[in-house]
Each structure stands twice: as structure tokens, then as C-alpha cells.
Design a binder for this molecule. Structure first.
Ligand SMILES: [Zn+2]
Ligand SMILES: [Zn+2]
Ligand SMILES: [Zn+2]
Length: 308
């Protein structure tokens, strides 16, 4: 572990950080420094901020220095934390609330081949099948049926894109988030995630999804961050999507797992047969098939993933 540079002060508590940012002049200072190509001297920065009292300006600037703003010999510039505040604002996360009502896109369900639909609000893109129960049956918050998953996308990702383009942007952006999550790294703060695995005790997906757990498959997994508020849950297949052998299997069958060309192709990674031989101790096989070729993963009681 390394020490912070000498010009950075002691760590702020979350309360102190929120309070340091809770002022229009301070946000103006951050925005002005973000717009500048080079560090700005005290007077150059003061000239660009609408404040007639230089004492007041100095007071607000000092509240930011060490944590959000760095003072160098040639002037002031944003620290990485200051840049992240500006990035959050410019991604639209704080300022914009675009909504896309349920609409069909030119993509097809990996289970039944019917067209899929999307909807977007609150920075989340929900993907659903227009005909079958999908992976997760009824979506918990919207009540939409045929839920195939949700992908995180900031409002700037919606912009003036068509629904098909929004789906693709979310698939790529959200796919990278999934890769980080399932390998145990929090995609928001980079801390180590905690994982817990659950098996539906009375699983019966005769109608596509099971009435007890609501899902197509019995083994689910939950990821939560002990450092920030990030959490995510899904079926165990999601965990396998970043496994080296799975990536090789997908790529070997013409599927690009990072920037997939279609929902149906990447959906192959969530279309598998689950063979639960024992719950306690855990012994489950997950069998994937693409064009007659198969790969089997076995998960045992210490949660190790083996390829068979
Ligand atoms: Zn379907
Ligand atoms: Zn179940
Ligand atoms: Zn986190």
C-alpha cells in the first residue's frame, strides 16, 4: 500500500465529502476546472466564477482543495475524485431522467425466438421476451412478464439513440459491468464483492419458470459490495459468463461476448440445462449447447467451478 502525495489532506468522512460539495460556487469551480485544458491560477479561476467577493471565493475554493481540487505550482486542477463528480453530472445520472416505454426491438429471445422488448427508466434498461416467461418470469418492480435481465446505462447512453441502438449500448456497457461483478470486483467502487449462492428447494420450471422462485433455473447468486451500495443478483449462469472456458466456447462458436452482435447469440450464455445432483453438499452441472457443441461446468460444495 502506498501513502498519498504530500499535498493531499486527511481522508474525508462521507458526511464531510457531501458537505464540501453542497454549494453552487463550489460546483461552479469544479465545472470550470473541468472545462479548462490546463491548470488555472487563482485569478484566472476567480475571473471565470460569478462571485464578486474574492474572500468568499477563497473560502469555497479551500473547501475543495486537497480532495476535489489539487493546487500545483502553475495553478489549480481537479483531482481524480473531482473528475468523477463531474463525470457523474455529465453522464446525466444527476440531471436527466429519460424514459423509454416498453417497445419491441429488432432482437430475438434465446429461448423461444420471439421478438424481445426493452424499457428504460431510472438508469436501467429492462429486457423482456414478448411471448415466453424469459429467464426471470415477472419483473419484481415493473410487473413486466418475460424478464430477460436488466442492464445499467446512464442517461447519456439514451441520448438521441433509437431503441435498437440503446439496447446495443446497454448490452456493451452493462456487459462490462457484469464481467467485473462476476469476477468479484465492484464495478462502482472496485472493492471486493461478497457472493452468496442459493438453490430453490422445490424448483419446478414446467411452465418455463418455477412458481416458487419465479426463475427458469434453480441456482441463483447474489453479489453485494461491503464498501458501497452496489448489489446485484441473478441466476448462476451469469457467474459463468466471465469464465475463461466459457469465453472460449462462445468465441469458438462465433459469439463475441464483449460486443455481441445479437441478443440471441449472447443469450446462449443464459440458455443451459441445470443438473442438480445434490444440494447439500452442493453438486450441480450446467450444460451449454450451441450448434450441437456442448460444454459442462460443475460446481461443488466449496463453490469451485470445474470444466468437465
Ligand atoms: Zn421468449
Ligand atoms: Zn424454483
Ligand atoms: Zn462497491
Amino acid at each position: 500500500m502506498t501513502s498519498p502525495p504530500d499535498d493531499e489532506g486527511p481522508a474525508l468522512t462521507p458526511d464531510q465529502a457531501f458537505s464540501a460539495l453542497g454549494n453552487t460556487t463550489r460546483m461552479d469551480i469544479l465545472r470550470t476546472l473541468a472545462d479548462a485544458d490546463t491548470p488555472l491560477s487563482f485569478s484566472a479561476l476567480y475571473d471565470r466564477i460569478e462571485l464578486s467577493d474574492s474572500g468568499q471565493f477563497n473560502y469555497h475554493l479551500n473547501k475543495l482543495v486537497d480532495h476535489f481540487v489539487r493546487k500545483r505550482d502553475d495553478g489549480y486542477e481537479l483531482t481524480r475524485a473531482g473528475e468523477r463528480i463531474i463525470e457523474a453530472v455529465l453522464s446525466g445520472a444527476v440531471t436527466e431522467h429519460p424514459i423509454i416505454e416498453s417497445t419491441e426491438v429488432d432482437q430475438y429471445c434465446q429461448y423461444c425466438g420471439a421478438p424481445i422488448g426493452i424499457s428504460y427508466s431510472d438508469e436501467q434498461l429492462l429486457v423482456f421476451c414478448t411471448e415466453c416467461p424469459g429467464t426471470y418470469g415477472r419483473q419484481e418492480f415493473t410487473g413486466e412478464y418475460g424478464h430477460l435481465g436488466r442492464l445499467y446505462l446512464p442517461p447519456a447512453g439514451v441520448g438521441d439513440r433509437s431503441p435498437d441502438e440503446v439496447y446495443r449500448a446497454a448490452r456493451i456497457w452493462g456487459g462490462l459491468e457484469t464481467m467485473a461483478t462476476v469476477t468479484g470486483v465492484c464495478p462502482r467502487c472496485s472493492a471486493s464483492l461478497e457472493e452468496s449462492l442459493d438453490v430453490c428447494p422445490t424448483h419446478d420450471p414446467a411452465d418455463g419458470v418455477c412458481p416458487a422462485c419465479g426463475n427458469r433455473y434453480a441456482v441463483s447468486i447474489d453479489f453485494s459490495c461491503p464498501n458501497c451500495i452496489y448489489n446485484r443478483s441473478g441466476l448462476f449462469g451469469v457467474k459463468l459468463t466471465a469464465h475463461t472456458e466459457m469465453l472460449a466456447f462462445l468465441a469458438g462458436n462465433g459469439i463475441n461476448p464483449i460486443a455481441p452482435l445479437s441478443h440471441a447469440s449472447i443469450g446462449s450464455a443464459m440458455n443451459y440445462t441445470e443438473d442438480i445432483r445434490s444440494v447439500d453438499p452442493l453438486d450441480v452441472r450446467f450444460i451449454f449447447e450451441i450448434d450441437g457443441k456442448t460444454i459442462t461446468f460443475r460446481v461443488d460444495d466449496d463453490r469451485t467451478i470445474h470444466v468437465e
